[in-house]
Design a protein around this ligand. Structure first.
Ligand code: MOS
Length: 721
């Protein structure tokens, strides 16, 4: 596998830096009209009147669509009838109800964007507003079990409870006990490219949509179902995506609304959400409260863990944050109880955000373990090694591969962990307090069915196609490498195309599954094409001569091309092995004791994730994850007005994300890992694991620096003073 691994530059890099890569809103479409959404200013109630006259008479306006004149749609799924994890309950102007702040309540279409935006401001709305309940930590609404399971497509849905052993008895008998509550606020996805859609009708029954989406097929299915069209009448194209992180994992209301608007005005319609509109109608990480109870012996060996908590959901839809998933898998512990509950609030429906469940649960568990280490005066890394899970503690299955020990060692060495002085406030740099913290990182190795077609041409080049997405992760590049490797061609001779429902079906790019799933299909399709050719060469004989260049073989047979398709399924080994990627993350902070200001001054992460397809793009994913983890620890917080239910910091000046000065030198280290069971190409995804341990590692470092344990993210100045 020579083409696999090296830090090949992005094959689409030149197009991206020269503006040649066309993102959804940039696709040239003749006669395109521009749409702007009008969003509700209340968070719960009813629309009692809408004055659209001024907007309709404004220059260039083609239509103002509200619940009064919107296309009447077939019955839509409800919380109880939704078909999949991505099958969100949408707000498509079918009634006068307002269920959350910034719900779409009208769409204005004009001949230019500026005119549409102007007219959108002229729509006057009267409401009957009802009291709201938007704060998980203050609500009196009882937590409840999530609605009956639905079948996952974006991320696998998991059981919301698990029991092993006898936790109550083990806790009662334990020599030491930690019991704490950890909270995480709503965080809002802000990919550089906001959601964007262009809808083009071809007659009344056929629709093409250019969309910024993590899943063209899920998009196609949901658009067809919501508009009442056969699935094959809808084509979704998504060639370049400026980040998704979960918010683009499934269709939100604006996508069918763009199609409805295009039908109304009889022209293609482009709809781009503004930055403020990213806060509200397109998902967010839920608000989460978790309680972790740990019982252990004086030697630090875990006797029992209880991990329970609740996350916020909307009043009308379903989402459950699986924050106990990492706790079920991380440590050897004979007694374990986990429970996930949800609380309905007057908010928009939350959804997956980078490493859903894994990062939120890891924050709680890895903070609590640090508290246990402090209590026992055992080094936090040593504590983790004493509880190392040699097999999957939940199922007892062997790991398909696990190199966490090597990750701990590699990262600790690079970081210089052995030089840590254990006492809080014992390390200083001038007047600044220095703190060191660490945490374990993990993410499941997801693989989902995917298909690909490989075509070899007589000129010695190859074209490989799969419908999948490149959400900024490098799919174009790594698939080109996988194909080049399987075909024995230089990377320059291979072209990989994606992002189109006319191509072979692939999963939504969520759950870090794309490299492993689509990569397996691409690899096998390419091998299939070579085999087909070889069989030709021998008149169907059994001794394929793979050494002859395929261009020559095709020429010899007077053929212009040869093609093979492969439909990759999950390997049967998935039932015999537990499959996860692991890592270790170490963080150094400097805290100003007078101001409470926290700066991360160093971070090291070591990861083992099977075969690394491209050292450069993989590093970029892990680095991005670690940066976001710092952001989660120190910055991000979606603030709701408790009375009005409005999100108050809906832009990037008030919703804080790190800038370059907030991010120190970060070391990303790979621990080599060979996994023969996980899939055909031995790959575990790296899109999400990088964020998972970081928030806990930062919080643990802050404790070490200051002696203050902050269990409520983000760790802001006020909490340290
Ligand atoms: Mo990722 S949050 O599974 O799109």
């Amino acid at each position: 596998m020579k083409k696999i691994g090296p830090p090949v530059d992005r094959v689409d890099g030149p197009l991206k830096v020269t503006g040649g890569a066309r993102y959804a809103a940039e696709v040239p479409v003749a006669r395109v009209a521009h749409a702007v959404l009008v969003l509700s200013t209340i968070a719960r109630g009813r629309i009692t009147g809408m004055d659209t006259g001024k907007a309709e008479r404004a220059p260039g306006v083609l239509a103002v669509i509200t619940h009064k004149n919107a296309m009447h749609l077939p019955p839509q799924p409800t919380r109880e009838t939704r078909a999949s994890q991505g099958d969100h309950v949408l707000q498509l102007l079918q009634d006068d109800h307002v269920l959350y702040n910034r719900q779409p309540i009208a769409i204005v279409v004009a001949d230019t964007f500026e005119r549409a935006q102007h007219a959108a401001h002229l729509v006057a709305v009267r409401y009957e507003a009802a009291p709201v309940d938007v704060d998980l930590l203050r609500t009196r609404t009882a937590a409840r079990a999530p609605h009956p399971p639905y079948h996952g497509t974006v991320a696998q849905t998991l059981p919301v409870e698990s029991r092993r052993g006898d936790v109550a008895a083990a806790l009662a008998a334990a020599a030491v006990r930690v019991e704490e509550v950890y909270t995480i606020p709503a965080e809002t996805h802000n990919p550089m490219e906001p959601h964007a859609t262009i809808a083009v009708w071809h007659g009344p029954t056929h629709l093409t949509v250019y969309d910024s989406t993590q899943g063209v097929f899920e998009d196609q299915r949901k658009l067809a179902a919501s508009l009442g069209l056969p699935r094959e009448n809808v084509r979704v194209i998504s060639h370049y995506i400026g980040g998704g992180f979960g918010t683009k994992g499934a269709v939100w209301s604006h996508v069918p609304l763009a199609a409805m608007a295009a039908q109304k005005v009889g022209r293609p319609v482009k709809l781009v959400l503004s930055r403020p509109q990213m806060f509200g109608p397109v998902g967010a990480r839920p608000q989460i409260e978790q309680r972790v109870v740990i019982g252990a012996g004086r030697d630090g060996v875990l006797a029992a863990i209880r991990h329970e908590g609740r996350s916020s959901v909307s009043q009308f839809d379903q989402f459950c944050e699986h924050f106990t998933a990492p706790t079920r898998a991380l440590y050897k512990c004979p007694n374990l109880d986990t429970t996930e509950r949800v609380v309905s609030l007057d908010i928009a429906t939350p959804c997956q955000m980078r490493a859903p469940g894994e990062v939120t649960g890891t924050f709680a568990l890895e903070s609590a373990l640090d508290e246990l280490a402090v209590k026992l005066a055992i080094d936090p890394l040593e504590l983790r090694l004493r509880n190392y899970a040699e097999t999957d503690p939940e199922t007892g299955r062997p790991w398909s591969s696990k190199s966490l020990r090597q990750c701990y060692q590699t990262a600790a060495e690079k970081f210089g962990w052995s030089r840590k002085k254990p006492q809080p406030r014992s390390m200083v740099d001038g007047k600044l307090l220095v703190g060191w913290g660490m945490a374990t990182a993990t993410y499941p190795a997801n693989v989902r069915p995917a298909s690909a077609i490989a075509t070899l041409f007589a000129d010695g080049t190859a074209l490989v196609r799969a419908g999948t997405q490149d959400i900024g992760t490098g799919t174009y590049t790594v698939m080109t490498q996988v194909a080049a490797d399987a075909l024995g061609l230089p990377v320059e001779k291979v072209r990989f195309e994606l992002g189109d429902t006319d191509m072979p079906e692939t999963p939504t790019s969520g759950g870090s599954c794309t490299a492993a799933s689509v990569g397996s299909a691409v690899h096998q399709a390419c091998l299939g094409a070579r085999e087909k050719l070889a069989r030709l060469g021998n008149g169907g004989g059994a001794d394929p001569s793979v050494d002859e260049p395929f261009a020559a073989q095709l020429a010899r047979h007077g053929m212009k091309r040869i093609e093979a398709r492969y439909d990759a399924k999950q390997l049967e080994t998935r039932d015999r092995y537990a499959m996860r990627a692991f890592g270790a993350q170490f963080v150094e902070v400097r805290v100003d004791p007078e101001l409470g200001e926290v700066r991360v001054s160093r971070a090291v992460g070591a990861f083992a994730a099977g075969r690394i397809l491209n050292a450069k793009t993989a590093r970029s994913q892990l680095l991005g994850g670690m940066i976001w983890g710092i952001s989660m620890a120190l910055h991000e917080n979606t603030v709701y007005d408790p009375k009005l239910g409005r999100i108050m910091n809906n832009d990037l000046s008030e919703y804080l994300v790190p800038v370059n000065l907030d991010i120190p030198a970060i070391d990303v280290l790979f621990v080599p890992e060979d996994d023969p069971y996980v899939n055909e190409i031995g790959v575990k995804g790296v899109g999400e694991i990088g964020i998972t341990g970081m928030a806990a590692a930062v919080a643990n470092a802050v404790y070490h620096a200051t002696g203050r344990r902050i269990r409520d993210l983000p760790i802001t100045l006020d909490k340290l003073l």
